[in-house]
Each structure stands twice: as C-alpha cells, then as structure tokens.
Write a protein that binds this ligand. Structure first.
Ligand code: FAD
Length: 498
C-alpha cells in the first residue's frame, strides 16, 4: 500500500475543503454493509489488499482519498443492483474508471463508497461495422492492442494508462484532425441510471441522454459499455516521440502556432501534442512531443518537417504497424503517486499570446523549483473548426463550441509536487497564475469561454462554460433520467449547475 494512514490523514486535511458538500455528511446508514449484504465479495474495506490496490490506482495522490469501502462489480447487473441500493439510501458515492483525472473528488471521496470499474474489461471488435465495444475498466493501451490486431484505431487518448473517463469529457486524440473529438465518436453508451435501470443511449435510443453524455461526465448514470467508431489505418503509420531541450525553446511556440493554424487544418493526417515541461531538479525546460502521421510513407510530410529542423535531442519517429507501443512511449514518466493539479483555459490561437503565456509560465515554474519533485507542464492543443463540424455531423455534443471560425487552443497548465504537504501553497499559486493568464486573454479578446473537462481543476466552472442553452438541456436530461437528483447530489465530481 503506497499510503500510510498518516498520509491519508494529511491528504484528507489538505483536500477535504475542496470536496463537494455531500461527502461531508455523516451517513446514518452503513452503505457499504448494504452493498456487502446484496453482493458479497464485491466490497473491500481498509486493510485488505483489494482496498490498497484500488487506493493506489489514482494518478494524483490528492485523489487517493479514504472511502469507507470500494465496490468492484464485475457485470452491469451488479452495477445496477449496487446503484439502486445507494440511491435508495441516499449514500454518497463516486465512480472511478482509470483514476487519471487530477481533480480532487472527481472519482473519490472520504467516508463514502467508491465504485471502481476495474473489472469492466470488455474489448469486442466488430471489424465489419467498424465498432469497438469497450468496458470502462480498460486503459487505452489495452484498447489500442485490441484494435491494432485489425489495423484499426479509435479516437482515444494518447497515453497508455489513462482510462475511459476521457470519453465523457471531450477527448484529445491522434485522430482529432480527421475525425473530431473522442466524445463525438461514441455511437452508443450502455448506462445504469440512478434507479438501477439499464438503458442504451444512442442516436436511435434515448438520444437526449446520448448527447448529454458527450461532455456531461458522471451527471446522469454509470456507463458500463462504450461502442466507439474505429477507423482503418494504413499498413504502417509514422509515429514516435521527439525530445527537445532548451535549445529548441525559442522556436517552440512558433511551431505550435503553425501546427494550430496550418498543419492541423490543412493536413489532417497529422497529429502533434505540443508541450514543454520545466523540471525543478535540473532547472531546465524539456519537451517530449508525441507525433503521428497516419500515412504509410518513409518520412515526415512537409507540414511537419519544421519540427525536426530545429535542434532536437532524441527522435524515435519510425514506421510502425501498431499504436499501443506509442501510447506506452508517451506514458513513460507519468507514474502514479505524486500530487498533481491541472487547470485549463481555451483561447483563440494567437502567435504573440502563445509566446507570452510560455514566458510567464516559465517564470512561474522557476519560482517553484525549490519544491521537491517539482515539475510544470504546459500544452497547447488545437480544436479546429473542422473538428467541431465533425461533432455536429455525428449528432452534436454539449460543449458549446459550434460557430468557431478559427482554431482554438486548449491551454493546459499542470504542476507536480512530490509531497502532498507542498501542494496547498503550490496549487493556490497555480490557480492565481492561470487566472492571470485568463484575464490577459480576455482583455485581448482572445478568450473562449470553454473549459475542457478532461484537464480541469475541481473549482473550474466546466459545465457552466458550455453556455446557457447546453446547461438548460443538461438540467432537462437530468430531470428526465434522474428525477431525484442522485447523480447531481450524491455523486462526487463536476456537477451540472442549476
Ligand atoms: C498522463 C495523462 C495523460 C492524458 N492524456 C490525455 C489525452 O491524450 N487526451 C485527453 O483528452 N485527455 C487526456 N488526459 C486527461 C484525461 O482525459 C482525464 O484525466 C480523464 O478523466 C481520464 O479518465 P479516467 O477514467 O482515467 O479518470 P477517472 O478519474 O477514473 O474518471 C474521471 C471522471 O469520469 C467519471 N467516470 C469515469 N468513468 C465513468 C463511467 N463509466 N460512468 C460514469 N462516470 C465515469 C468519474 O466519476 C470522474 O468524475 C490525460 C491525463 C493524464 C494524467
């Protein structure tokens, strides 16, 4: 077990004020015992190896909280029985898939029940209809491995150990430029509703719920299966990771800007994840930039050539038949157990602002270099008008991005500390820093209201950022499928505002 009980206590002290109100309530009913009575062997308590295993499954130590028990169902019917019990008894609970959301309380709580979907490992590939049916307990490397066998790929996250919760937020992926966001490529959700009913939500069945789940997170039910579109890729693709050091940093923002407004728009087979990190231990910036070109050819196309014309340190771009190994390569270095906070804003791509943001975040990062294990990560990730159009063609989502005429940039800011004791001050300063950037972007008319759920912090108003009409729609769907408000009142995470 990674955490001693004293560390759990520390985590609790640091984050309890950040948790949504239901988790503070002392329950009169022993919800874990009720589950244990109905579903013996599916409930684990502190002190057991299963409990420790589930506690260690969170990426950020701030999210490894202390529920009274984990509930680990194996099949949809068990989720349904469990949810019906929890709803009827007004139990506080959380839902966890891969545990990679860094937002406190997104998938955990103190003193409640955490439903861990660890055992939902279904991976059925239908190569004729180009659909993969995947359980929420899969990590993306497992899905890539299953689809690689058919030379097909879904619109998935790029990092091996990240989980399927990504599919309820937005989803930045290797395939964004040609196919849009991940949420827009889910064709059906199997959902357990608050009263224990199981429904299929798709374009033909409960289409309102289907649409609400494309960005609405855990506000409506527990998804026990996703049917996602998969796409053919050529015999080999060109992919790998390019490592850069300080020598490339003067060029990096121009490259990122060019990718946003040119390559991602005009050469849709491209994918790059522009990012740089500041390593407190070395005092240097570095970048591990994932690349993919979805074409069978020996070298990078002209649209991506500028990225290898600047000084790089290491370059693994090669022809490959499989994408799973790329996801492992990307994930190297992203281990569980450090204290993490991510925050994000969205701006219109702008060369000058790109440079200014990098300079300011670099200066911020340097001022925290003394913290043990300090790391700061900054990414600039495009959402093009074509990606938004693909979403509309696929039935629409609730993100409120329609109508953009130029490329947006998801601006990601992450900070890491080894010790949870350092997180309180660091996270507060980080919040203040990102708010300063948000204000600058707003003053220059370059801010877009959208806050991407996947990279948000617990106190960012994610769903409000989708706009009034979408918030109203989500309230209507919540009232229709969860009239007692179980998922909005008793389940932790980002909630639909009233
Ligand atoms: C190293 C790393 C790499 C990343 N790479 C990418 C990337 O390439 N693209 C991208 O878009 N994002 C990426 N992300 C962000 C990622 O999308 C989010 O962290 C996402 O929440 C991860 O899903 P999860 O299942 O691991 O998280 P969890 O923390 O388990 O879940 C996140 C949220 O979803 C809810 N949830 C999960 N499953 C269900 C379900 N079946 N039913 C109902 N609610 C559910 C949970 O309650 C929780 O609120 C990355 C994050 C990290 C740390």
């Amino acid at each position: 077990m990674r955490h001693t009980s004293s560390l759990i206590a520390l985590v609790s002290a640091a984050v309890v004020s950040a948790l949504p109100s239901p988790v503070h309530e002392a329950r009169q009913v022993d919800c874990c015992a009720l589950l244990q009575d109905a579903l013996p062997d599916k409930v684990s308590y502190p002190g057991t190896s299963r409990f420790s295993q589930e506690t260690d499954a969170y990426w950020s130590s701030t999210c490894s909280l202390a529920p009274n028990c984990y509930f680990t169902p194996d099949v949809t019917a068990e989720v349904a029985t469990g949810v019906a019990i929890l709803s009827a008894n007004q139990c506080t609970f959380s839902v966890r898939a891969g545990g990679h959301h860094s937002s406190v309380g997104a998938a955990g709580n103190i003193g409640g029940v955490t439903i861990a979907l660890t055992n939902f490992k279904q991976r059925d590939i239908d190569p004729v209809n180009n659909i993969a049916s995947i359980g929420p307990g899969n990590r993306f490397h497992e899905v890539y491995t299953a689809t690689d066998a058919y030379n097909k790929v879904g619109v998935l996250g790029r990092y091996a150990q990240v989980g399927t919760g990504l599919l309820l937020g937005a989803g930045l992926s290797y395939l964004n430029n040609p196919e849009g966001l991940s949420v827009d490529n889910v064709v059906a959700h199997e959902v357990v509703l608050a009263n224990g009913t199981v429904v299929i939500a798709s374009a033909d069945s409960h289409p309102d719920l289907h649409k609400a789940l494309k960005g609405g997170g855990n506000n409506f039910g527990i998804v026990t299966r996703y049917d996602i579109k998969i796409f053919d890729y050529p015999e080999t693709v060109l992919g790998g990771l390019v490592t850069y050091g300080e020598a490339a940093m003067p060029y990096y923002d121009d490259l990122a800007y060019h990718y946003h407004v040119d390559a991602a728009v005009n050469d849709r087979l491209t994918h790059i994840l522009p990012q740089w990190g500041f390593n407190g231990a070395t005092g240097q910036r570095e970048s591990f930039t994932p690349f993919l070109y979805l074409n069978n050819q020996p070298q990078l196309p002209p649209s991506l050539q500028p990225w290898v014309d600047v000084p790089w340190v290491h370059n693994t771009i090669r022809n490959t038949t499989d994408l799973a190994p790329l996801s492992f390569e990307n994930h190297d270095g992203y281990f569980n157990g450090d204290a993490q906070q991510q925050r994000t804003i969205t701006i219109f791509a702008d060369r000058e602002l790109f440079h200014e943001i990098s300079e300011r975040f670099h200066a911020f990062a340097q001022s925290w270099a003394h913290i043990e294990g300090f790391y700061a990560l900054h990414c600039k990730m495009p959402i093009t008008p074509f990606m938004v159009q693909k979403g509309i063609e696929n039935g629409g989502n609730v993100l409120g991005l329609e109508g953009i005429e130029q490329t947006l940039s998801i601006q990601y800011f992450g900070v890491t500390a080894k010790n949870i004791e350092d997180s309180e001050a660091l996270f507060a300063a980080h919040e203040e820093f990102v708010e300063g950037i948000r204000q600058t972007a707003q003053e220059r008319g370059l801010l877009h209201r959208y806050i991407m759920w996947n990279y948000s912090a617990f106190n960012q108003p994610v769903i409000a950022s989708y706009g009034e009409d979408n918030v109203q729609f989500l309230n209507d769907v919540s009232a229709a499928y969860d009239p007692n408000g179980v998922f909005r009142n008793f389940v932790t995470g980002q909630k639909v505002p009233l």
